[in-house]
Design a protein around this ligand. Sequence first.
Ligand code: ADP
Ligand code: MG
Length: 354
Amino acid sequence: LASSLRLPVAKYGGRQTVTVLAGDGIGPEMMECIKRVFSVSHAPIDFEDIELDSRPGAGDASMNNAIIAIERNGIALKGNIETKFDDPTVHSRNVELRTRLDLYANVLHCQTVRNVPSRHKDIDIVIIRENTEGEYSGLEHETVPGVVESLKIVTRRNIERIARFAFDYAVNHGRKKVTAVHKANIMKLGDGLFLRVCKEMAQKEYSQLQFEHMIVDNASMQMVARPQQFDLMLMPNLYGNIISNIACGLVGGPGLVSGMNIGDHYAVFETGTRNTGTSLVGKDLANPTAFLRAGVDMLRYLRLNEHAEMIEGAVVRTLEDRQIHTPDLHGSHRTSEFMDSVIADIEEQMKSKH
Ligand code: ADP
Ligand code: MG
């Protein structure tokens, strides 16, 4: 993944500084989990914590500060920032961050985990979602009372680069089939362009890959009925949001899967379904897996593979072998028990290394 991308520059004495936007809800306590495993595994990472004020009317200052910090470090770990939906003047700061940093690709890897209860077995899907435009342009107005226009903007440039990203990802990661998801039967121009660009690129430049396309309603049904048929899915912003959540739900829910936001210059690592988990705060109940995997994704992106594998191995053994499952996975273990297992596992690995 990182091979075609520039590595960030904020590296001092072999250590990488990473911006941390803990976000709302369980974000801050989950960030502490990440920091602990990084520390125990001696990952050469330093954290720059940025307070992002998510209160309505907080103004641009704290957002600008966050953006500048990510531009400086090149990399961020992020929790979800709550967006109130009862105030039309308050826009999502999560979306603002992704668009201002031009993080055009969202990448999720949804895979069933042995011994974690799920509705289907053997799911292994990569979802690549356009992350900056489409339905998320934020352009809405009420032309006359009772009539609202919500603009879905798509551009050939952005479709081309997300499609290229997805096909390259497939080639570099040994994926065989790419499924483009659309609604071109209804949105003939917008989704029509998306479909046409994907098709042409597949035929002309990636003939070694199998390519298919599917209308989003059928894709949703197929996901629920027979998800094993999918390998890599490529889609516009909103469909990507919804299909991602279906996929995460199928493999174990919001606590399990991480999501990467990648652009040509910066990368931001967060959880796949982007929840705040407000009701879980301080209860020692949240599943830290998704956040820990975001940390692992980040380490891999930074080519710190040894540390990534150590932490990932500890998480996998905690879930699969020791079956320490938090309530979201129908278990009765606590966050702290999960973390104790992960930390003990990493400490074991560190011992046998030295
Ligand atoms: P809320 O903000 O109301 O808590 P969210 O949209 O943030 O809801 O999350 C949706 C659901 O997923 C909630 O039931 C929440 O408890 C659950 N959830 C989110 N993150 C986690 C996690 N890390 N571990 C376990 N459950 C989670
Ligand atoms: Mg929420």
